[in-house]
Design a protein around this ligand. Structure first.
Ligand code: ATP
Ligand code: ZN
Length: 214
């Protein structure tokens, strides 16, 4: 493997993609991202961009297949992979919240005791529940979480919320926020000296871009 370039993994298509590409471009790194490409070489910086599903990024970075990645903190924390979070990027802000049916008379977190909660974030949810000494059943499902209470699959949901409109349109109300997230840059713990130096250069550029916006 070439230890002299930085391989940067970003989301192929989704809520992180546009801002991730924009950030890399604003750092002055040029590359051709033709539609459907899964990897591309930068033309003026020793970097290669990989386009992946966001859930796969922490694992690739832990393994050192990618040296850097841009993901939501929610995904990085849930993955529990051994990576360094090197910088917060300020976009894709959202929260992981618990929702219950609107008619549910909810007072506080102890009301979840003995209940079933559907989520794609079992690890973060378990952490939250145990820190509040609440025992509940966690139903891990891979998508369309908000429908679970109305079809009797679970009493509550734990999912990503930004405006809350998805919860509302499924007859749910938001009752607890368990994690606040934004996009972060994660790095492998096994960078060569050259890669560490490239990462420093990149972080310097990212901070300059951020400072210019504030
Ligand atoms: P993939 O196909 O890559 O697995 P996905 O469907 O899992 O994509 P997206 O919905 O594109 O993921 O969300 C990616 C990340 O963007 C989330 O993990 C979260 O950090 C953030 N995010 C999700 N929903 C919102 C939102 N409504 N507003 C802002 N950021 C969000
Ligand atoms: Zn995903």
């Amino acid at each position: 493997m070439n230890d002299n370039i930085l391989r940067i993994a970003i989301q192929k298509s989704g809520r992180l993609s546009e801002d991730s590409l924009k950030l890399i471009k604003e750092c002055g790194i040029r590359f051709d991202n033709g539609a459907g490409k899964l990897k591309t070489d930068a033309t003026n910086f020793p970097a290669q961009i990989l386009f992946l599903r966001d859930d796969d990024i922490p694992g690739y970075v832990e393994d050192g297949v990618a040296h850097l990645g841009i993901v939501g903190e929610n995904v990085s924390e849930e993955s529990n992979r051994d990576v360094d979070t090197v910088h917060k990027l300020g976009f894709s802000k959202c929260r992981l919240s618990i929702g219950v049916l609107r008619e549910h008379d909810y007072n506080n977190v102890t009301d979840l005791e003995g209940k079933s909660i559907a989520t794609t974030y079992p690890r973060l949810l378990e952490k939250y529940l145990s820190s509040n000494n609440v025992k509940a059943q966690i139903h891990e499902i891979s998508g369309s979480v908000e429908i679970a209470p109305s079809i009797g699959l679970a009493d509550a949901v734990c999912d990503i919320v930004s405006s809350g409109s998805t919860l509302l349109s499924n007859g749910l109300k938001e009752v607890e926020t368990i994690f606040r997230s934004e996009a972060v840059m994660i790095a492998s713990k096994h960078l060569s000296d050259v890669q560490k130096d490239l990462l420093d250069q990149l972080l310097f550029r990212i901070k300059s871009v951020q400072a210019a916006k504030n």
